[in-house]
Design a protein around this ligand. Structure first.
Ligand SMILES: Cc1cc2nc3c(=O)[nH]c(=O)nc-3n(C[C@H](O)[C@H](O)[C@H](O)COP(=O)(O)OP(=O)(O)OC[C@H]3O[C@@H](n4cnc5c(N)ncnc54)[C@H](O)[C@@H]3O)c2cc1C
Length: 503
């Protein structure tokens, strides 16, 4: 099989890297076409922990990768002003506290919180307490189970990550071709793409094409007319303005998402700068207002002109159609509130590897691929929407829009079950496990009417004592951990030790 990947953004180079490593003896050749004149989207800096397994699968050295991409560790996302103005909580990567009598700790906390000062859920996660103290250590360095019970991801410069992967790919035999696709040739019988034509007249033939051309969807949409499911009625934010600024203060190992009147603002600290952006709904905020809200809420001086981006939330009807598989923005887009896009690229790649076809007759493979990816997208959509509807906010037109919304059945059922008895339904495909749902629902004060009745089986005095021991255990672990800046320097991941110091 000859593979042609169209696009050299994060999606294109991640796909090329994985295919060149994992299908070395399966594919005959891999070509990647990209156009410097068109460029990449230039955002996408925060990730989920799964990316570590992607890098590990390629045999990438963590310290070298972090140094070359100016990466920092990410222990979660801090959400400010979401449940109500003034509220803040962190959604970490991992669970909270320890199971007591076979019941998740949050169930006990639902009872404890009525009885005195037992803190909030966030006090029972090592990752969160470390994050809020700008500390970091690897999970395996924890001395107790609680100090090991967390995951981590990265925040990095996406442009540098693509360059890093490009070097990896070129040493693994991927042929990069510069040029702009101006035409696509379809087979009149099968409807498959047989070749693409570049602006210099070159024609590239392949058996399977991976469309990583970004929002344009050059092959999946422009050529094959897959069609798009528009989810704007649930996630109506449709614009963003982004700008990097100088870093200020200690290097925090977490992303921040602050709710605004018609959207929300992100803050992503990297080693050499802080990435910022405002995602908003143009119905209730003008581009000028968005830029001014963003520029007035930076840690330090802006390092560039604000960059404007436009998008429509949703997904292609078919991610895989004929012999074209769309990965990345070409397949669909959900706003970056939980840093899920790069994760969905990774899911697309993993599923493609598992279902890589024997020949161009791939209807069974594509059907399975499409149903898996559709579930992934829908479940991320529901999780994102949860942040907008689990709130008491009604202080602007956008928040009032959400309070009157009819939710997708899948989300409504999940919320109903939670409110009824504090239970979170589990499923096989989907990025977010029950602790993530609990983090957001409790963090935004969406509390169940009843805790699990089995909570009352436990000796309450013992539970109170255990909860105090847990908090002390976490505090002790965090106090002996290094600051993230010292940790990066010690592991050889700092691109420049000087820039890590607090400013
Ligand atoms: C506001 C915003 C914030 C985001 N933040 C995050 C985040 O924090 N975390 C996260 O995981 N994701 C985030 N994302 C998503 C993330 O940016 C993308 O998933 C990621 O960058 C992958 O993009 P891509 O490679 O699919 O497309 P692009 O980066 O747009 O790359 C497309 C490629 O196709 C090429 N191309 C297009 N047309 C042609 C043509 N005709 N001929 C030749 N080449 C062509 C281009 O030159 C380019 O190389 C964010 C997105 C937005 C809009």
């Amino acid at each position: 099989m000859r593979v042609c990947i169209l696009g050299g953004g994060t999606a294109g180079w991640m796909t090329a890297a994985a295919l060149s490593k994992k299908l070395k003896n399966v594919v005959k050749s891999i070509a990647l076409v990209e156009s410097e004149a068109i460029g990449t989207i230039g955002v996408g800096e925060a990730t989920l922990p799964h990316i570590r397994f992607f890098n590990e699968g390629l045999g990438i050295d963590e310290a070298a990768f972090m140094q070359e991409t100016n990466a920092t560790f990410k222990l979660g996302i801090e959400f400010c002003d979401w449940g109500a103005i003034g509220d803040r909580y962190v959604h970490p990567f991992g669970d909270f506290g320890q199971t007591i009598n076979d019941l998740a700790f949050y169930q006990h906390l639902l009872k404890l919180r009525k009885q005195g000062d037992y803190g909030v859920l966030n006090d029972y996660a090592f990752g969160i307490v470390a994050a809020k103290n700008d500390k970091f250590q690897f999970p395996h360095q924890g001395k107790t189970d609680l100090q090991r019970a967390f995951g981590y991801a990265y925040q990095f410069d996406a442009g540098l990550y693509a360059k890093f992967l490009r070097r990896f790919c070129e040493t693994n035999g991927v042929r990069r071709i510069e040029g702009k696709v101006v035409d696509t040739l379809l087979d009149s019988g099968s409807g498959n793409v047989t070749s693409i034509t570049l602006d210099d007249g070159q024609q590239i033939y392949a058996d399977i094409f991976i469309d990583c051309s970004g929002f344009r969807g050059v092959l999946i949409e422009q050529a094959l007319k897959s069609g798009y499911q528009d989810w704007s009625k649930w996630l109506p934010c449709n614009r963003a303005v982004a700008v990097p600024c100088e870093r200020n203060g200690d290097l925090s190992p977490y992303t921040r998402a602050t709710a605004r009147k018609a959207g929300w603002q992100w803050r992503i600290p990297l080693q050499h700068r802080t990435g910022n952006g405002l995602v908003y709904w143009d119905e209730f905020m003008s581009d000028d207002e968005a830029s001014s809200v963003l520029l007035n809420n930076l840690d330090g001086p802006a390092l560039d002109e604000p960059k404007q981006l436009f998008f429509k939330t949703g997904r292609r009807n078919h991610f895989w159609k004929n012999n074209v598989v769309a990965i990345g923005l070409a397949g669909g887009f959900l706003e970056p509130l939980e840093s899920t896009s790069i994760h969905l690229i990774q899911e697309g790649i993993t599923n493609l590897l598992e279902l890589f076809p024997h020949d161009t007759n791939s209807e069974l493979d594509s059907a399975e691929y499409n149903s898996r990816m559709a579930l992934q997208f829908e479940r991320v959509r529901d999780f994102l929407l949860l942040h907008y509807v689990a709130t008491k906010r009604d202080d602007s037109e956008m928040w009032r829009y959400f309070s009157n919304m009819t939710l997708p059945d899948s989300l409504q059922e999940k919320i109903d079950m939670w409110l009824h008895r504090g239970y979170v339904q589990r499923y096989q495909f989907g990025a977010f496990l029950p602790p993530s749902w609990v983090a957001v629902m409790m963090g935004q004060n969406l509390l169940p009417k009843h805790y699990d009745p089995r909570v009352d089986n436990s000796n309450f005095e013992q539970v109170k004592h255990q909860s105090q021991v847990m908090r002390a255990d976490i505090a002790a672990g965090v106090s002996s951990a290094k600051t993230q800046a010292d940790f990066l320097s010690a592991m050889g991941a700092a691109s420049n030790a000087e820039i890590l110091r607090a400013k």
